[in-house]
Structures are given as C-alpha cells and as structure tokens.
Design a protein around this ligand. Structure first.
Ligand code: F6P
Length: 367
C-alpha cells in the first residue's frame, strides 16, 4: 500500500528570512513521496484555537508554494512565541496562570490523520518540538534564527541576511559619521550571542565591537576610539549587540519578562553613545537596527540554506528519523538529536575562534 503520510509544518519564535524557502522545499520534497503537507497557522495557534480559524491547518500544494523562496516573513500567517506546554490563561482570581495544552496540539493533528511535524524554529521552538516528540509525534526540527546561536549547526538560516543588511548599514554610516565628525553607535540584535555584531562589525570596518560574551569597560572603549580618531579619519563607528553589558553591570532592558513573553532588550546603543560623547567630547549618535535585521527578502545563501534544510527535513522522515534537527556541517547536511542540539548555545568563544575572534578582541579592547 502506498505511504499516504501527512506532515504538518509550523514556524515559531521570531521570524527569520528564509522561512518560506523551507516551506517550499518541504512541500516539493514531500510531494515526491506522495505525502501531503499541512501548514499550521500562526505558530501553534491554528491548533490551539481552532474556533478562531476557518482552517487552522492549511493544505499546502506545489502551486501554492511555487514562488515564495524569496519572500520574507512566513506564508503561514504569523510566527510567535506561543508555547503549547505553557499557555497563559486567566486563573480563578483573574491572575494569569500557565497551563499545559500540548495534548490538545497532538489531538488536533491526529484528528486530521497527522503523526508528523516539521518545526522551523530557534532554541525555544525546538525545545517545544522535542517535547512534542516525547508525546508520540514524529518530529524533525529545522534550525532558524538570525542570531546563529545553535551549537550543533555551523549556520542557521536568517543569519546571513541579517549580517548582510547590518553590513550595508555600517557602510552607509561611514559617510554621515565622517561628514559630522561623529561617533556613531549601532545596535544590532543578539541577546546572548554576538555573532551578528562581530561579523557585520568586521565586514563593515567599524572601530569597536561590543558583544554579550565580553563585558566591556567604557573607559577603555573611549581610549581606544580617541587613538583611532585622527585628522584623516575624524570619526568612529561602534557596533553593540543588544545583549552587551558593561563589566560588573547589567544588560539594558526595555521591558521585563511577562508570563508568555520574554524580557525585551534594547537601548544599549543610546547609553553607550551618551557615555562616549561625555568621555571623548565628540558628538555621538545612536541607531537601532533591531527588527530591520529580520525583515525583507533572504539573501541568496539563506534561500539556498532554507531550501536545503527543508529538503533534508523530509529526507530525515523518509529515512525513519525522529526527534532530530537538521544540521549544516559543511560540506554535508546531517542531523543531530534534538536534545543534544539544545544542550547549549553557540556563543562567541573568547579564545579559539581563530582570526575572527582575535580580531574582534583587538578591535574591542586592543590598541
Ligand atoms: O530571534 C532572536 C531575536 O532576534 C533576539 O536577538 C531578540 O532579542 C529577539 O529575537 C527579539 O524578538 P521580538 O522582539 O520579536 O520578541
């Protein structure tokens, strides 16, 4: 009898350029096996709140996904951080309490004859994926995050687009910084890992890079800029990851964590720009790139990664794998157990990342 497998795919967490390329490849690859693919609307909401949808699980065919690999966002509606294991509901006294509704997700999928789920997400979404596999679903994860902080894979898709855009912004800042002889401080995303700041900072020829992994001393940064700034180059550019903090100090938080919502970072660039202006006497300005790094069309690399990862996710299912994440291990695409892939974050090591880290340290703290 032909295998009439039905697969669901969902996108969770913050969006990243390349999501739609993954969806396209999954639909194309699955159709070669004669399998049907269903997209979950709005993270897990299409399954958790069926009453809100005409159809929370949309059947995706080749025609629907034919021309989407270049599009930003997700064709599955929205992506969000809603966690079926920790759904916020109003308690008896009106206070918000958390409820595990993961069984509802499994039940809704089974009602539609679906036993298999492809989860496209970062660490939070992939932890949920692992949890759902423990509930009996067959699950494959696809690594997505502009932060590139998943240890098991050399690259996540979305990262290259974020770095390319941030680099273009740094390039543009050189002329305006020079025209005003200013210090420009640019804030990029990067909650725990400074990969975007590090890569875009080096590519964009900045003067100092501040990352979460290396708490900074603002006096040293100011000294360093004083030495860098000259009559020939009367300006400086500093890139700071949103999660960076001064030695002995705290991260700059815009909003505290709420039930169902993580702490919102942001504002470090303004703090650093004000301090550098005071310490150097040079006019300083701050720019926050924030969500601009997640928007827009994926780069060629992210389209290719998304397509390859999507096809590899289907191959994993065809090979009988379960509870694994697709991994880029150049020149191969392989798989890692989800539990192992989630063990720790990939942060910038202070030593041992060869030239790149050495150069960043030199830029950040050296002469
Ligand atoms: O996806 C991770 C990330 O890009 C972090 O760097 C950042 O802190 C977070 O998303 C912000 O997400 P949002 O504002 O969408 O909650």
């Amino acid at each position: 009898m032909a295998d009439r497998r039905r697969i669901a795919i969902n996108t969770g967490g913050g969006d990243a350029p390349g999501l739609n390329a993954v969806i396209q490849a999954v639909v194309y690859a699955a159709s070669r096996h004669g399998w049907e693919v269903f997209g979950v609307r709005d993270g897990y909401d299409g399954l958790l709140f069926p009453e809100r949808y005409r159809d929370g699980l949309v059947r995706l065919d080749r025609e629907m996904v034919r021309n989407i690999s270049h599009l930003g966002g997700t064709i599955l509606g929205t992506t969000n951080r809603s966690d079926p294991f920790r759904q916020c509901v109003a308690g008896p006294d009106g206070a918000v309490v958390e409820r595990d509704r993961s069984d509802d997700v499994v039940a809704r999928l089974r009602e539609r004859g679906i036993e298999t789920l492809i989860v496209v997400g970062g660490d939070g979404s992939l932890a949920i994926a692992h949890g759902l596999s423990q509930k009996g679903l067959c699950v494959v994860g696809v690594p997505k995050t502009i932060d590139n902080d998943l240890e098991a894979t050399v690259l996540t898709f979305g990262f290259d687009s974020a770095v390319a855009f941030a680099t273009e912004c740094m390039d543009r800042l050189h002329s305006t910084a020079e025209a005003h002889k200013r210090i420009m401080v640019v804030e990029v995303m990067g909650r725990y890992a400074g990969w975007i700041a590090l890569n875009a900072g080096i590519a964009g020829r900045v003067d100092a890079i501040l990352i979460p992994e290396l708490p900074y001393d603002i006096e040293k940064v100011a000294d360093h800029l004083r030495r860098r700034i000259s009559a020939e180059r009367p300006y400086a550019i500093v890139v700071v990851a949103e999660g960076a903090r001064p030695a002995g100090g705290k991260r700059t938080v815009r909003a505290a964590a709420q039930p169902g919502a993580m702490e919102r970072l942001g504002g470090i660039a303004e703090v650093v720009a004000d301090q550098l202006q005071e310490l150097t006497g040079r006019e300083s300005r701050s720019v926050v790139l924030g969500h601009l790094l997640r928007g827009g069309s994926p780069t060629a690399l992210d389209r290719l990664l998304g397509l390859s990862f999507g096809a590899a996710a289907v191959k994993a299912l065809a090979d009988g794998q379960n509870d694994v994440m697709v991994v880029l291990d150049p020149p191969h695409i392989t798989y890692a157990p989800l539990r192992q892939a989630l063990e720790r974050q990939k942060t910038v090591p202070p030593h041992g990342y060869g030239v790149v880290t050495a150069r960043a340290l030199e830029i950040a703290f050296g002469d």
